[in-house]
Design a binder for this molecule. Sequence first.
Ligand SMILES: [Zn+2]
Length: 263
Amino acid sequence: MGRFAPLLILLLFTAVPGRAQGLLDVLNSIGAPSRRPSLPPLPAQRGRGKNWVGSRSHDGALPILVMAGHADSQRIEGSGTPGAAVGLGGAAPMQPGITDELHWNLLTARRVVEVGQREGLNIRFYDPGMRTIVDATDPRTNWSVGARHAEAGGYALEIHYDAYGPDGIGPGVIPGVLYGFSRFDEALAAEFGAFPWDHRDILGGPRLGISLLEIGKLEGSLENALRDPLRREATLDAIARRVVQALRRGSADGAVGGTAFQQ
Ligand SMILES: [Zn+2]
């Protein structure tokens, strides 16, 4: 036990971002060079923080493409968070066979498009329909469709809710990287906050030019409001209005979406 206690303490500390450096300093100050342990790489940058500026405009003929995160990756890796109600509280999932995150991603993405179209945005929803597509390069997946849209000059946005507890971080936009940061990313960041562009060494979607929007952690008052049948519609409306207002601001110069974007 005695021999391994320092290693256990080291692992404990390095698992907590921010503490590892302090521990390293202590070790460096007391240990002879030959006895210093070799530390594992520190965790990738966590948390929010905007290290980018979105200024790219888009082909005005193309709609804003909105998708629901994890819509095609159920029952395989990357199916999204179950949410605190299910994951911690033991509640039944909102819908059998899919995570609560996908359930809310779908409702939120559809509501964003409904409200956006009412407000005059050129915006549409894409749903692969099949809930499990094992091959990520299948042309029907979110990422395949989003990547083609981004390559053609359009803006592709995937809606997400973040994990509950310490695994989640909170609301914010994670901008698409491949073609540069968008004016829409900038506007969404002003409304929801932002993650670093290189969050988790650049996630799969952003690598392909698809932006991700985390609405918030699926827990607490946000999850309660969504799960409460009496407050659900108003909550979805409020979230969708915030997204749409940001997208309208992102297109405010008329350079994006052409005449479809009337202010
Ligand atoms: Zn997600």
